[in-house]
Design a protein around this ligand. Structure first.
Ligand code: GLA
Length: 387
């Protein structure tokens, strides 16, 4: 960061002092880190197209790597309370790892985050059938969702590094109606926040629920589970699900249940509560929490604190809900960065979004996007430390 001399008097004083110091060689200071963006190759797709990796760096030293394959966050570093940086997200070293198959590590999720029951919904009397990929339901956009397509990337001008990614999803893709133009801008802010700004437009009425599926482990991705992370969710209700993880339609108060994260609570404290049927259905936490503040403004949805490193992540969003998933399906079969096999519950996801299966629940906030209107959504992951 550049430092400016604030008054001419101080400038004169310093000038005079350096004169009397009899031409001592000027003290050489290490150059302050500046914000920047670099681009490198990430690998080649089976059809010959190449994917890139963009590194966004801020002046504090935080770095975020994003590939245009799946508009995916590949790595994200922040300091602990001793100033030591570590990578906090699960992912792979190169495109080949993602092509082998990963459970949405860092991925852009679309067109529809989470599940649509039986892959069916109707709009204005037309029934749409989606690609189903999860025990008869449509999950995270279908067989080839936005996590598995190559986006167009364009670094943006500005004093904070920002990357714009765009994708045109054709009418009928994975069964969804309308040509959908979707865009996300990732900006790494000076205060160690990663901001995601989504916009989309369509030429035919459709449904849309975009999110990011990063798996965080604030202690250091790949080293240990996330059960000691303390979580706060600013939500007084959650959505119970059936055995296939489709919301039943009920909004249940969290008070008195193992879903109450209104006070900081270790994720592992109640995640195995065998008496709770919802925990059984989810294999742990894999549910949608409805934010108490239902406004469309940016508000604090969740705070995660990792006590051994002091790292804190705050999640702010304009969305009405957050899907909290604690890595119940991770089982060590997927090998990621540095050859690490990601074991059970070694990452947690806080997917800011509308409610799952909204197109089949008229009482849920609408996820319909009509021509002539623009979908807008913002989420911020803000990193800091607590001593
Ligand atoms: C979401 C879902 C989970 C699971 C993961 C990916 O969070 O709710 O059930 O599908 O994504 O494995």
């Amino acid at each position: 960061m550049k430092k400016y001399i604030s008054s001419p008097f101080i400038a004169l004083l310093i000038g005079g002092l350096s004169f009397f110091a009899c031409q001592q060689p000027a003290e050489k200071k290490a150059p302050a880190p500046t914000s920047a963006m670099e681009k490198s190759s990430f690998g080649t797709l089976p059809d010959g197209r190449s994917a890139d990796l963009f590194t966004l760096r801020n002046a504090q030293g935080m770095a975020v790597k994003i590939t245009n394959y799946g508009s995916t966050i590949v790595s994200c570093t922040a300091p602990d309370r001793a100033g030591k940086y570590a990578d906090m997200v699960l992912g792979c070293d190169s495109l080949a790892g993602y092509l082998r198959g990963v459970p949405y590590f860092g991925a852009f999720i679309g067109r529809y985050g989470n599940r649509i029951a039986k892959g069916k919904f109707s709009l204005d009397g037309t029934i749409y059938s989606l690609a189903t990929n999860n025990i008869g339901n449509a999950l995270h956009g279908g067989i080839k969702g936005f996590d598995k397509v190559l986006w167009t990337a364009e670094p943006m001008q500005g004093d904070e590094p920002a990357l714009k990614l765009t994708y045109l999803s054709k009418d009928g893709e994975e069964g969804y109606p309308g040509n959908l133009k979707v865009e996300v801008v990732y900006t790494l802010l000076k205060d160690n926040s990663l901001k995601l700004d989504y916009t989309a437009t369509t030429d035919k009425k459709t449904v849309l629920n975009l999110t990011n599926h990063s798996y965080f482990n604030l202690a250091n991705a790949g080293q240990g589970d996330i059960l000691g992370h303390e979580l706060v969710l600013n939500a007084s209700t959650f959505l119970p699900v059936d055995s296939t993880l489709i919301p039943t339609g009920e909004r249940r108060p969290v008070a008195g249940t193992v879903f109450d994260f209104t006070q900081p609570t270790a994720i592992g404290a109640r995640v195995n509560d065998a008496k709770d049927q919802q925990i059984k259905f989810g294999g742990g936490y894999d549910h949608c929490w409805v934010l108490t503040d239902s406004s469309k403004t940016l508000k604090l949805a969740a705070t995660v604190h990792e006590p051994t490193t002091g790292r804190v992540m705050e999640v702010l969003t304009t969305e009405p809900a957050v899907q909290f998933y604690c890595g119940n399906f991770l089982d060590g079969t997927v090998v990621g960065k540095g050859g690490v096999a990601y074991a059970y519950r070694t990452g947690l996801c806080l997917e800011t979004q509308h409610y799952p299966d909204s197109p089949n629940h008229p009482a849920f906030p609408s996820t319909v996007l009509a021509p002539g209107t623009t979908y807008r959504s913002t989420t911020i992951y803000r990193f800091s430390v607590k001593n």
